[in-house]
Structures are given as structure tokens and as C-alpha cells.
Design a protein around this ligand. Sequence first.
Ligand SMILES: [Zn+2]
Length: 355
Amino acid sequence: MRFLLRIACFALLGFLATTLRSLDSGLLERADRLPASPRSAQSKLIDSCHDIHKVVCQRKGRTRDPTGIVYTDLEGELMALRAYEEIIRAHPDWTVEQIDEELTRTIYTPVVRRRAQAAFRWVQRSLEQIIERQPLRVFPREEKRWLQKRLRETQLELPPPASLYADEPSLFTKNDVYYERLRDGRKRLRVGGAYLLAAKSWFNLIFTMAHELAHAIDPCEVRSELQERPLEFAAYGRLSACFLRNELIDAESARRECGPNDQLAETFADWLAARVSAQALANFATEFHGPALTQAITNSVRDLCEQDDPQDELDTRFHPAPEARIDRIFGRNPRIRALLGCGPPARLEEYCAFN
Ligand SMILES: [Zn+2]
């Protein structure tokens, strides 16, 4: 059944692919020919201070930063499904399990795995340091230890073997990356195969992993885990109040905190991921400047843009709209603004912080 579903899915995506002319000449060769124009990058740099969403999302074609490209979700899924189809064609007698095993070896290669693991470790350390650096009036020592322990306990799960995702094998051909806590308390991050094929840029990996790992300590996750513990996390209360003041989340009357349709957890994850990305980009800025830096900033959040895929309806029940995520969360981070050559946000109180 699963096998048939994937084939049907492949047929549908194959049809959509014909509309994507850019795929015709092979993704990598085409991407390698992308020109970098310092002049247009410069004028976009100036626009970016007012409308970062526009600069990130209205670019024609793909942006290559020195670490790689970010393909669209649809392109990632097509690449994964093509790999799947090739394996079936070459081994018509194989079982679904054998095909899945080969597919994970094709997508999650040692190089790809090492890169994803390195990004995950970097993000894990960076988040721990962000918590560590907060004054004790923000996070008393016990709260710091509790948050850092959760970050350290979260494992990155990457196949092969394919059996690692046995409960969700469709993930091999999907763009999803997610954090989850299991009934037994284990916490893990899983990464879809299509995502790894699509996100070649180190900066996209960093933002994506940081967003997901931030869910291990987001206000809703903390609330559901605390139960009878004597920790208060007053800093989280102040932070949500700031999100509310800046209209990043709905007015209290219109939402039930951490309930259905509440965007608090997603806003928090984007906000924290922007801080982690700002650090990664600042490190990069010691070697790269100008267009290369703008391209790296763009690629950090390139996949948050509205996607061209007609199948991919925008889900804003939990996630804020792309414009809010890019302009008002990522684009208000003072460090990212400084890297773009922009001043701080128009009103400094528009930027929320733990303290
Ligand atoms: Zn999320």
C-alpha cells in the first residue's frame, strides 16, 4: 500500500515537474551557473532594511551562498522520489524494506550525515550557551540546568538503517524536520530525506535545526513538562508578554495559550533560531562580506517563503505567516540587522529578549 502511494505521489509530482523548467537541465549544473551580481545585491541590501521578507522571498531563482543552495520543498521531494524510482527500476524484485534501505543509503550518505550532525551539535552548543549567558535574574541556576539538560538530552536521529524511521517511512521523501518527545521521555529530532536534498546551505541547516531544537525548551513544552516542579520560568512570561505587545502572537482574548491555533511555541522557536543563526552568520562574516553575506542571510530563511507548489497550502494555524516570520522575527534581530548593514529596529522595544 505504502509502495503504491509513493508511486502515485511520484506520478503527481512528475506532472508538476514538467512545469518547473529549471529542473530540466539537472539541478546542480543549473545551480552552478547562477551569477552573483554585486550591484543588484547592493541595492537589495538597502531594501532589506525595510522589507527583509521581500528581499528573501522575491528573488528570482535560487540563491547560492558560499556553502550551497536552498531548493524549494517541491524540488527536494522530486529529487527524493526520483532516487526512489531509480532504485525500483534497477531492482524490481526487491521488497519495500530493501528499497527503503537503499534509499536511505542514497540520501543520507556519510557526507550528508556528518554535515547534519555537525550542524546539530553546533546548534545544541549555541543554545546551551545562550541559556548560560543569561543573568541569574533571568534564569535562576536551577532553571538554566533544567533547560540545558533538555537540550543535551535531545538526540538527532538519522538513518540508515531505514528501520530507525520504521514508524514513519514516508519521511525519506519528505521535507519535514521535527522535534518530538516520546511517551517514555526520550526526545529526538528527525530529518526528512527531501529536506537534506533541498537544503545544501549550511545556514539553512543551522536555522532549521535551531528552530526544531528550540521546541525542546519552548514555553508550551516547558509548561507541559513542568507539572509539579517548583520552577517558575518567569522569563518566559515576560517574553510572551513582549510577543503579545509586538503583535507576534494574538491578543490573549483570542487565544488559549499553548492551545489549538496558538502560535506562541512557533514564534518562540523562530525567535531563538534567529539568535542562533545570527551567531553563525557573525562567525561567517569574519571571512565573507557583501553579497556572500547577504546570500547566506537569505538562505537561512529561504524555505520559510510562500512556496510555489500548488499542493503546499500555507498552514498558519501554528506558524506565523512567512512575512511575520521573516520580517518581524528574523529581521528584527539586531545582530542580523547589523550584518545586513541596517540599523537596529525602528523602536528597540520591537525586539523581544529574555530580560
Ligand atoms: Zn516549529
